[in-house]
Design a protein around this ligand. Structure first.
Ligand code: GDP
Length: 177
């Protein structure tokens, strides 16, 4: 029996935030397991998944936390944010309200997480082009104002999910060196 010992250089905690039903859980399973679950049910209780990637020759374990429904009660605890180096702030491009709430999520992050946290704004469900309610330019403008990175993704078909996470992890890693 062989044991594979990976030498992890860094463990980065990343939190996923945003309104309910924007696709946070699906984005996470797409990145961590390359899966999309059509009959997923929200469960309560904080969960995280991990995936190890190589960035600039370093083995980085991303420990990515899912709110698992806490956001519905505006009851995200400070423990959720504690130690997070990166955040995926997700809205749904077909739900204007989820984008209007993004500023509030940025405030929450800035209040409870480390001040140097790297935030990636994510417009998810980009596959639903016919129902788009948030123009890309609005999000680009907001991201520039707030100093956030930005990408539109589809957890359903996988578009840009990998590249968005990798970009976030690269930026976090860039702050380490
Ligand atoms: P959460 O509450 O933010 O974690 O959202 P979920 O991950 O549970 O997703 C909410 C709903 O949106 C589910 O019915 C998903 O199947 C659907 N969904 C998530 N991501 C996408 C996507 O990229 N495209 C489409 N069309 N549906 C998505």
């Amino acid at each position: 029996e062989e044991e594979v010992v990976e030498k992890i250089d860094y463990v980065f905690k990343v939190v996923v935030v945003g309104d309910s039903a924007v696709g946070k859980t699906q984005i996470l399973s797409r990145f961590a397991k390359n899966e999309f679950c059509f009959d997923s049910k929200s469960t309560i209780g904080v969960e995280f998944q991990t995936r190890t990637v190589t960035i600039q020759g370093k083995l980085i374990k991303a420990q990515i936390w899912d709110t698992a429904g806490q956001e519905r009660y505006r009851a995200i605890t400070s423990a959720y944010y504690r130690g997070a180096l990166g955040a995926m702030l997700v809205y749904d491009i077909t739900k204007r309200q989820s984008f209007d709430h993004v500023a509030r999520w940025v405030e929450d992050l800035r209040a409870h997480a480390d001040s140097s946290i790297v935030i990636m704004l994510i417009g998810n469900k980009a596959d639903l082009t016919d129902s788009r309610a948030v123009p890309t330019e609005d999000a680009v403008e907001f991201a520039e104002e707030q100093g956030l990175f930005f990408s539109e993704t589809s957890a359903l078909n996988g578009d840009n999910v990998e590249s968005a996470f990798i970009r976030l992890l690269e930026e976090v890693h860039g702050m380490m060196v």
